[in-house]
Design a protein around this ligand. Structure first.
Ligand SMILES: CC(C)(COP(=O)(O)OP(=O)(O)OC[C@H]1O[C@@H](n2cnc3c(N)ncnc32)[C@H](O)[C@@H]1OP(=O)(O)O)[C@@H](O)C(=O)NCCC(=O)NCCS
Length: 150
């Protein structure tokens, strides 16, 4: 399986995966925007027509703002998250990004371990950022440091 660019034909699958893996970050209109706007990157991983994971980000000048990284709960710990993140970062590099940033729940150990494996460093913390009162870590990666890490 190889990561590929998602288009709007995957809209329903993105919404379903978002629901099953994060509880639903975005509604239909937001997902549609993600899939059609050329400054937003959306990468998928699928087994035939079954979407297993997604990685999305917004290109803002020379920065990639990662907005979603999610793998279907029954397909985790198989390397799909790393494969999607690598593909998203490579695509951002090709589009001129030099840095990548994201926010992650400070209690989300699997995601933090994944981001640290790629070399993301914590640059700050937003206290009480999430609706459940949880803190968000702000992480950054210099994309030129990525080569050879993953
Ligand atoms: C975070 C997430 C995308 C990881 O996807 P995954 O396909 O299971 O990850 P991979 O199998 O590619 O694992 C890659 C690395 O991530 C880390 N990791 C993944 N799952 C982990 C776990 N349960 N515990 C600890 N580390 C974990 C490890 O460093 C792992 O590398 P290793 O296999 O060499 O140890 C997945 O757990 C997920 O979808 N979570 C819900 C959505 C979410 O929280 N997204 C992040 C929002 S910022």
């Amino acid at each position: 399986m190889r990561p590929f660019d998602l288009d709007v034909s995957w809209l329903a699958a993105c919404i379903a995966l978002d629901q099953s893996s994060t509880g639903g970050l975005w509604g239909q209109e937001q997902w549609r925007r993600e899939l059609v706007d050329p400054r937003r990157l959306c990468i998928g991983l699928a087994d035939a027509d079954q979407l297993l994971g997604i990685a999305c980000g917004w290109l803002v000048v020379d920065e990639l703002h990662i907005t979603v990284l999610a793998v279907d709960p029954s397909h985790r710990c198989l390397g799909h998250g790393a494969s999607l993140l690598r593909a998203l970062l490579e695509r951002a590099l090709l589009n001129g990004a030099t840095q990548a940033t994201l926010e992650v729940d400070a209690s989300n150990d699997p995601a933090i371990a994944l981001y640290e494996r790629f070399g993301f460093r914590t640059a700050g913390c937003r206290s009480g950022y999430y609706s459940n009162g949880g803190d968000a870590l702000i992480k950054w990666l210099n994309l030129s440091s990525m080569a050879g890490r993953v």
